[in-house]
Write a protein that binds this ligand. Sequence first.
Ligand code: ATP
Length: 507
Amino acid sequence: MTGEPPPLAEARGITKRYGPTVALRDAGIAVRAGASHGLVGRNGAGKSTLVAILTGLERPDAGTVAYDGEPAPAPADRAAWDRRVACVHQRSMVVGELTVAENLFLGRRPVTSRGLPVSWRRLRREARALLDTWGVAVPENAVARVLSVEEAKMVEIARALSRGTRFVILDEPTAQLDGRAAARLFGHMRRLQDAGVTFLYISHRLGEIYEVCRTVTVLRDARRIVTAPVGELPTRALIGAMTGEPAEPYRAPAPAAPPRPGGEGPVAVRVDRLSGPYFHDVSLTLAAGEVVGLAGLAGSGSHQLGAALAGLHRPTGGRIEILGRPLRTGSVPAALAAGVGCLPRDRHTEGLVPQLSVAENITLPVSGRLGPCGLIRPSARDALARRAIDELEITAEGPAQPVTALSGGNQQKVAMARALATDPRVLVLIDPTAGVDVRSRRALLAVALRARAEGRAVLLVSDQPEDLRACDRVLVMAGGFVTAAYQAGWAERELIAAIEGVPLGHG
Ligand SMILES: Nc1ncnc2c1ncn2[C@@H]1O[C@H](COP(=O)(O)OP(=O)(O)OP(=O)(O)O)[C@@H](O)[C@H]1O
């Protein structure tokens, strides 16, 4: 006996197959209490599958799961699983129509000693006490819809803790958070760690792993490659373990755009005094053969402005011209017909059709063009899909695989391929690298640069400096207005200060 307690959570010798795909092969992880643990790997490496097995949502074909050295609960005993582990997914599981208090006790309204459901007043009181215990500063009677993404995550964490677990898996929690909200989330996490909560933290933003975790496990091609203290695995070695390539000096993900004055080509997009609930009086132009970055915090209006160009959001005033013609706003078909392709922010609701295959999703906007009389020729569809799978390095069995069987990052790439399928003259990319691994980020940004070389105009909405480096110029939005503009070659410190709305001091 070494005297060391068994791991808080442990998966050993896990193999999991989905048809011909081996998602995990003799893989495992051991998470020790009190030491937050990172889980990283390229898109499709097997991270979500391991989480599904650790949370009892999937059963492994081989291998075992244990909590505190005891075998995991029976698959059907959800309450027992909930006492051991919770996962906060990228997509919010908070019900927007219900109040925070109702969300906290979702599906298990407490009962009185006489077995009757407690009154709403008492429910709200218990919710307040619960939120206070975990330091979550949101009103218990607020309708969840009005919460920020980060507040909703904290409500989910408080809900998990109230069920008894002290082990929370966070699956890419910052994918939809701007820098400021992410910093607040990390602050909350630190407080919770001090109070005895252990996190398993999944992220493609490797800097966060070093900031939040003490230990990290790397998965590659369904196997565990290494588990080590983060201090022993500097970024180069970490990426080397993820990719299986020698830990060569790491190049910036985006091929740097040669600095040049933006907008030498003819005007492709003209936005004139555009206003709406999220942005005010915005005017800008995009030239053919130009990549323009649009940066801003959540609430700056940058996402909605991008969405307005693609017809996903209807402005209330002003006008948009595409290739010299006025655009009928608020209509996706009108934007598509005008030559605008879009990678939307939320691929789940605006991007992909879950019931369809990879090829059907990619070719949906052009299905009428892929055969005679509007009939789709499968060979033409598959050829187009195969090219996209190749160019964007999509990990899929082939064009016929259902899109839902792909890992999150690979679904994002399918959404990108779909944006390109119409051969658009104007490409709007909203957070294109969300959920995408470090190497795939390069492939996606290379698409933007290729589009530029082909004379397309690209609007790249992002607050990630690595993405914005690929742009000829960057516009910054704050509070619904365009507040700053930078040519390529900007200093990161200055750009971030502009995005955050913090003036840089001199000296
Ligand atoms: N329900 C499913 N049916 C078929 N294949 C699946 C299913 N779920 C996952 N897979 C496959 O298993 C492999 C591992 O996927 P997983 O989602 O675990 O990867 P990941 O590391 O979480 O990736 P990402 O970073 O993109 O989210 C992938 O090849 C994926 O296509």
